[in-house]
Structures are given as C-alpha cells and as structure tokens.
Design a protein around this ligand. Structure first.
Ligand SMILES: C[S@@+](CC[C@H](N)C(=O)[O-])C[C@H]1O[C@@H](n2cnc3c(N)ncnc32)[C@H](O)[C@@H]1O
Length: 308
C-alpha cells in the first residue's frame, strides 16, 4: 500500500471481499463491532441505516464478517476484537461463548486468554445484584498459533520485589515428577517485563469524538504496537470515529478504515488531518465546528444507529 491511509465508505463485507480480490492484505485487524440488542424486531433508529442485530442471531451475523477477515489477514496476523458481555433480564447471555465456539469452527485460533480493558472511571450505576462494570474484553484471534507478537513494544518495568527475588537462584517445581527442589537461575530481560494482560486506560470521555461508542486511543495503541511493526497495515473494519486510524498513524503504521456512515468517514478524514497538522489524536471541541463538523450529528433523533 503506497498511501499512509485509506478510508472506505460501504458495507465492510463487500469492501473487504474487494480488497481480497485486489490482493490488499493487512497485518492486524483491531476493532469494536456494533453490539447486539435484546429487543425482538429492533430495527435500529428507524432511518434504515444500521439496525442492531438481535443477540440470538448475533454470532451467525458476525461470522459473515469474520469469514472475510480470515481471507484479508496475512499469515501470522492478528485479529483483536473488543467486545463486552451483556446482561439480559438479570442473566449474562452466552453470545460471547457462542461466538468463540463458532469462530473456532470457522478456522480462527484464540491464542490468549481474553485481555481485560480496565477503565479508570465508570458511570455510577445503582444495581442491587452485581458490582459496577469497569472492564471489557479484547480477544486475540489469529490465523496461526504463532502470531506476530511484539512484546518489546509494550514491556513494563520489573517490580522491585522481582529484581530482589532473582538475585539468588529460584526454587522451581520439576514439572516431570512434581517435586520441589530444582534451583534455577532466572534472568530478567533488560528491556523490562513482559506486558501483562490488563490494559488500563481512561474511559472514553473525550466529548470531541462525538461517536456514541468509541474506545480510548490508548487501548488501540497498545494492541497495534504489540501486534505489528512500523510500516505494517492495520485494518479497522468498523471505523467509527477513526480512533484506530489515529492510533496507527501515530505509531507509523498504515491504516485502512471502513464504515457505512458517511459522517464517520468524513469525521475520520478531518481527525487524521488534525493529527498530521498538530500531532494530537483528538480534535478539541471548540475546533469541531470551524472544521465543518456537525457537532449535533449523533444527538439528532434517529442517528443513534448502533450500540444502544
Ligand atoms: C462500535 S462502533 C466503532 C467505534 C470506534 N471503535 C470508535 O472508537 O469510534 C461500530 C461502527 O461500525 C459501523 N458499522 C456497523 N455495521 C457496519 C457494516 N456492515 N459495514 C461497515 N460499517 C458498519 C457503524 O457505523 C459504527 O460506526
């Protein structure tokens, strides 16, 4: 890909199928898809653009996308999927389990336990039966059991206690006979510890994003850095406000974004333009209108097209 980024307006399944035909493959997919709904016959906002899919149909619907994602991913590529559980009438619906099971049958390999996106702040809630929800999942799927994984891009400093513990050989369990006693020298990596699987960011509270369901740019940055090298191509097939786009370009990756709402594609162009001009991932609220962005787009009745 010659350009630094490409934005496509259209249905993702069609756009990705055309990319595959042209041989435009990508290294990483990072995305948060539209969520399911629990109401029967829910058809979104009534303007016919994007309606939510009923939770019972969601896995099969999503598989029509992942079928194309398998084809567009280069060997050893990663598909990072941000998704959350939902509770229906007091009970967690098994849609996430169904999705994982069906994606496995489709050919995907789930190569890690779910990553936890922990949000530093959360909206106060008032539920009698469960604790406040402060995290979402990011699943790491791949077409290989040895995906590209650049831990060095996300290493963190060792705890002082770890540094002290490895000064002397550590006693380990001999895995063959289960007995304690073997002394092993453990060497710390000079670049730091492996990153852990809880990613902590602020909740997405930047009002300038306008989109009703954005993730925080630091979340996208972490997965893009760990799953790719500079110059690699990142795809967000549900582009929204273009958060994955600014995260990719900010770390010298190339970006392909797809969305079926013209407003989102237009907004993303302006957001990337602003990044290129200023180095900032968010356009300040007061600069939205001067850039010709309709700040009321998502406030208007009928524009909450997904993620209820
Ligand atoms: C959860 S939002 C993504 C938000 C994004 N991560 C951000 O930070 O702004 C999902 C997006 O998928 C888009 N979308 C839904 N169905 C689509 C389809 N079939 N083809 C293309 N885009 C679609 C919606 O317009 C919406 O912007």
């Amino acid at each position: 890909m010659e350009e630094k980024y490409k934005l496509y307006l259209g249905d993702t399944r069609k756009v990705v199928a055309e990319m595959v035909e042209r041989g435009e493959l990508v290294d990483v997919i990072f995305t948060s898809p539209p969520y399911f709904d629990f109401r029967k016959n829910y058809s979104g906002d009534g303007d016919g653009e994007v309606g939510s899919v009923h939770v019972d149909d969601y896995a099969d619907w999503f598989l029509t996308f992942t079928e194309q994602f398998l084809k567009v991913l280069k060997p050893n590529g990663s598909f990072f999927l941000n998704i959350n559980e939902k509770i229906d009438n007091g009970v967690v619906h098994p849609v996430i389990d169904e999705l994982k099971y069906k994606m496995r049958k489709q050919g995907w390999k789930l190569v890690a336990k779910p990553y936890i996106w922990y949000k530093k702040q959360a909206m106060p809630t008032n539920c009698k039966y469960r604790a406040i929800d402060r995290y979402e999942y990011v699943f790491h799927f791949s077409n290989s059991n040895k995906p590209k994984f650049r831990a060095d891009n996300c290493r963190i400093p060792y705890a002082e206690s770890s540094k002290t513990r490895v000064k002397n050989p550590l006693t380990t369990i001999d895995s063959r006979d289960g007995k304690y006693g073997r002394k092993t020298d453990v060497k710390l990596n000079e670049k730091g510890s492996l990153p852990h699987n809880v990613i902590i960011t602020p909740a997405e509270s930047n009002p300038s994003v306008l989109h009703p369901a954005p993730f925080h740019v630091e979340l996208a940055e972490w997965f893009i850095k760990v799953g790719s090298d500079e110059g690699d191509i990142v795809l967000d097939p549900f582009n929204g406000s273009g958060t994955s786009g600014v995260a990719s370009l900010n770390h010298n990756r190339k970006y392909v974004g797809i969305d079926m709402i013209p407003f989102n594609i237009d907004f993303t162009k302006k957001r990337i333009g602003y990044l290129e001009e200023t180095g900032e991932c968010y356009i300040p609220k007061k600069e939205l209108e001067p850039l010709g962005i309709d700040v009321n787009y998502y406030k208007m009745k009928g524009k909450h097209v997904n993620n209820p």
